[in-house]
Design a protein around this ligand. Sequence first.
Ligand code: HMG
Ligand code: MG
Length: 301
Amino acid sequence: MPGLPERVTIYEVGPRDGLQNEPAIVPLDVKVEFIERLVAAGLSIVEATSFVHPRWVPQLADAAEVVARLDLAGSVPLPVLVPNERGLDRALEAGCTHVAIFASATETFAAKNLNSTLEGQFALFEPTVERALAAGLDVRAYVSMCFGDPWEGDVSIDQVVATGSRLLDLGAGQLSLGDTIGVGTPGHVGTLLDAFASADVAVDRLAMHFHDTYGQALANTLASLQHGITTFDASAGGLGGCPYAESATGNLATEDLVWMLDGLGIQHGVDLASLVATSTWMADQLGKEPASAVVRALGVA
Ligand code: HMG
Ligand code: MG
């Protein structure tokens, strides 16, 4: 297909977004092995865990223990989520070099996910980003509910662009646009990306974060590629969901993304067989079938 990039970066979120919604606590050893296997499979960046309040996301309460077991000095960055200065302090103490803040484009989700407001969330992020940058950390920002919100319905493009631009203005290097509940469709993706372009946000500062609830994630990825996006968030095996967003299911599966990129001749650096083996193993650990169609088609433990 004409006009597509030669290479993309897959930003793997399985250990964080993938596991955060799992009800049974995954053992520390399994989490560490999962991350190490993803790195070995060729993922060039792997989001490892979250320094959020352990009561809000009990599955990731062991964030410091996980990070302590990882090779933070290796060539593959292992970012962690931090919602506020307390989270940043914990990430700094653990020796993290890459952090991600996460904002909401809607009032209701800011309340549900951050116990804050659309405006109030910036009071959490401003000092967090300032201190993270001063400490030499790489900072990514997410904005959730970019394509629809389970409580508020449609979300205005202007509100998404305003929220996202403000996060970039704080100094975040990259902005990941989240379809938290997976309701977006390709035309909507195009309209949103055109709006960011009109607001003078360079396309190489944007990443797309699709959940696959309505089966639109790959179609939306293709639309994003056609708009020049070169970073895609994905979760091994299609694990995932947000505990504070009704009806959020798994992320775009990394294997499904890799399959499409291979078909398009777009480079990504991931070894599909090794990734499928990892997701098959992880599904066994969780005692469930992999959500990814490609893992189900190819998967043999
Ligand atoms: P809060 O209750 O308002 O916190 O929660 P607070 O600031 O009032 O503090 C209350 C207590 O919590 C204090 O302790 C703080 O020290 C402590 P006390 O003085 O009472 O002993 N505390 C913390 N402890 C550990 N780590 C921290 C922390 N912060 C405060 N970081 C808070 C506010 C932001 C902490 C809470 O709402 C929270 O943790 N939310 C996280 C929710 C979450 O993780 N959601 C999933 C990730 S987002 C997502 O999945 C979407 C994404 O994938 C993109 C997409 O799909 O759209 C990224
Ligand atoms: Mg997500």
